[in-house]
Structures are given as C-alpha cells and as structure tokens.
Design a protein around this ligand. Structure first.
Ligand SMILES: Cc1ncc(COP(=O)(O)O)c(C=O)c1O
Length: 405
C-alpha cells in the first residue's frame, strides 16, 4: 500500500544522498516493506530479495516466529547491560553453544566486534596459555579476506578500498594466499596464535577454497598449537546447506565467529563460541559491550538457534541451492564466465565484455530482482532460505534475460 505523503523513489534517493556520507552506492530502489523473500518499494513495486542483507536475512523478512519472539520481549524487557544478569541470557548462550558444540559463548553485536573479540581472545590465549612473549603474537589471515571495518581489521584487508588511507595499521598479521596450504604453513612460527579464515570468502565473490584445504588448515593448526578461528559470519547458520560451512569438510574450528543471521534480520547480534580452555582466558573487565547479549538480542537469537536446530533450513538450502546452481550453470557461456558457491549462495562472474556487475544488478532490479555486485564483474546471489522453487526460477529467468541483453 502506498501512503500518499511518502516520498516517491527519485526524491527519496536524492534526500538519502543529500543527508549521508557516500560510503555506499545503493541501487536506486527505496524499500518500505517486506515479507519472506519479497520487498515492496515506496512506489508499490515488488522485488525478489536475492541479497538477503548479505545473509543477515537467512530466514526471510519478518519470519513469524522471530517477529513473535521480538514482540514478546519488547513487551517485557529490552536492555539491562551486562552489569546485571537477565532471564534471556543463559538460554541463548546455552542453546548457541550446543548448536556449535562448544562450551561457551560470548555475545556481541556486529560481525566486526565478533572478529575483534576473536583476535583479543587469541592473543590473550597466546600469551597466557601458549607462552608467546608479550606483545609478539601473530595471526595468519588470507588474501581476499573480508572480516569487517574496524581500524585493526582493515589493516589486514587486501582490498584497496577497504584498506587504503586508514593507517597506521595494527601490526601482528601475516597475509597468505587463500587456498594455499604450504604458504599458510610457512607463515606460522612460534609467535603464531591463530589462523583467522573464512571457510568461503563471501565478499570476495563467494570463493570456495580447493577441496582438502580446510581440513589441511585444521591439521596444521593442531600440529603447530595454533587456534583455528572460523569466520562464519556470512557463511554460517544455514547459508551453505549445513549449519556451518566448515561442516562440509568435517572441520571443527577452535572458535566460530557468528553474526548477521544470528539477529534474525531484526537486531544486530554476533557471538563467538569456543571451549573453556580458550574463551576462559577472559576475566571481568577485559572485554565487553553495553549492548552485547541484551535481552532483545538474546530472545531473537534463541529463536534463530531453535529454527536452525531442526535442520529444516539447512535442508532447504541444499535442495534449493542445487536448483539455483543447476540453472546458473546453464548460463555459463551465455553471458556468465564462471559460477561458484554452495547451497543457496552463489558468486557469478559476468562476461566483462557484456556489462559490469553493477550494470547487471541495475538491470536485474528493473526486472524485479535485487542482488549485489562485487569486484567489477562479479555478482552475488544469496536469497533467503525461505525462497521457493518458483521464485528461484523467476530470478533465473530474469538473469537470463539481462544477460541476453
Ligand atoms: C565474513 C564476514 N566477517 C565479518 C563481517 C563484518 O560484519 P559486520 O558488518 O556486521 O560488522 C562480514 C560482513 O560482511 C563478513 O562477511
């Protein structure tokens, strides 16, 4: 329904540009409501959401159980700070720890905060448990990584846009090619406390490492007494057809880094999960967050964990992902040069002679499908896991039409 005094698309886009820093370049689409896999804009046009908030909306827009959990909590208690305990906290931490198969959970808000938490815990573990000399800890990361936007994290980004002009950078990180086990192994020495890695690199274009790489990283980390920190902020919580992307190769990291979908598309919720010998290094006053683990976040997060506990969403991602990938592979040679991914998650390289990724996303939007480009000619598809077969077929039809020009 269109409310008459609301700005229509061109004016709303202009106003949004006028009043904010230009740190994003959004498609000129102004969303005003949503349900499941569908978005409606201020002009009443409907779009299929094939980005799903970079996987923050794995359960679709306004999933009834998540909305009900949020409503119920809004009526009782929303914030206490961690100075006191609240009655939603233990259930959330226990159920998330059980989902991860770990002893303990530490909740924060954004993904970047989960990454910062992991870095701090790994360093402290290195000094207190492994015996690394004070101030010498190193962490190995991969080229093409995306772990967030803090000053420490962008210091080890290899993307010039994310990295350049934000120094001086935090020392203590070693960057190795993604997928190269020998390089990773060679970068580890007695000062190394952790390997921080995405099991699939989302922002890089849904890059899946060679088979055997992740188990190899696990083996090297174990042999060299180094923590394996798996950034599953985008890849985890059902996106790839398993609860975690690491599951596909039977890899269990020392720490899971979670975010995005953990907040059900309602509130920012992130967390790290690890065993007590790792997370137990933190003592009162050494880490925290005013909003981390707040009652509203915990109520929604607990319902997210319960949705995942049945395996239904992971199953949907596997089944529907096979349909998506089969359709995409038919377009290779028809405007696509490569397709990668797992489950309901795909990175597509468009023939650069045809159009840029941005142009493809603009043309898809005109045809009622929203997706996001990355790195020139790549686009990412990550529909909500509630998407139907018919909706996938519709998106594929529109993509084929865009590629056919
Ligand atoms: C793998 C990964 N880690 C961390 C982050 C940072 O999350 P946030 O934007 O919530 O800080 C992202 C966001 O895209 C991500 O994809």
């Amino acid at each position: 329904m269109i409310v008459d005094d609301r700005l229509r698309t061109p004016d709303a886009v202009r106003d949004a540009q006028r009043w904010t820093a230009h740190n994003y370049h959004p498609l000129p689409v102004v969303i005003s409501s949503a349900e499941g896999a569908w978005l409606t804009d201020v002009d009443g046009r409907r779009y299929l959401d094939f980005l799903a908030g970079y996987s923050a909306l794995n359960f679709g827009h306004r999933h009834p159980r998540l909305i009900a959990a949020a409503h119920a909590q809004l009526d009782r208690l929303t914030l206490t700070s961690r100075a006191f305990v609240h009655d939603q906290f233990a259930d959330f931490c226990r159920e998330l720890a059980e989902l991860c198969g770990k002893d303990l959970v530490l909740p924060m808000n954004t993904g970047a905060e989960a990454v910062e938490t992991a870095i701090k815990v790994a360093r402290k573990w290195g000094y207190r448990v492994k015996g690394v000399p004070d101030g010498q800890a190193t962490i190995v990361v991969a080229e093409g990584n995306f772990h967030g936007r803090t000053t420490t994290i962008v210091g080890f980004s290899t993307d010039p846009d994310a990295h350049d002009d934000f120094g001086p950078y935090t020392p203590g990180f070693r960057i190795v090619p993604y997928g190269d086990l020998d390089a990773l192994s060679a970068a580890i020495d007695d000062t190394t406390v952790a390997v921080l890695i995405e099991p699939i690199q989302g922002e890089q274009g849904v890059v899946v490492p060679p088979e055997g790489y992740l188990p190899g990283v696990r083996r090297v980390c174990t042999e060299r007494d180094v923590l394996l920190l798996a950034d599953e902020i985008q890849s985890g919580l059902g996106r790839t057809g398993d609860t975690f992307a690491c599951d596909h190769e039977g890899v269990v990291p020392d720490m899971y880094l979670l975010g995005k979908a953990l907040g059900g598309g309602i509130v920012p919720v992130s967390a790290v999960a690890a065993d007590a010998d790792v997370l137990g290094v933190l003592r009162p006053g050494q880490h925290g967050s005013t909003f981390g683990g707040n009652p509203l976040a915990c109520a929604v997060g607990t319902e997210v964990v319960r949705l995942l506990a049945t395996g239904e969403f992971q199953h949907r991602s596997t089944e529907l992902g096979a349909r998506l990938h089969a359709g995409l592979h038919e377009l290779v040679g028809e405007g696509l040069v490569a397709v990668r991914g797992r489950g309901l998650w795909a990175g597509l390289d468009i023939d650069p002679a045809l159009m840029t990724g941005r142009q493809a996303c603009e043309r898809l939007a005109e045809r009622g499908v929203l997706a996001k480009d990355t790195h020139g000619s790549t686009i990412r598809l990550a529909p909500p896991l509630v998407v139907t077969e018919a909706e996938i077929d519709e998106a594929l039809t529109q993509l084929a039409a865009v590629l056919a020009g």
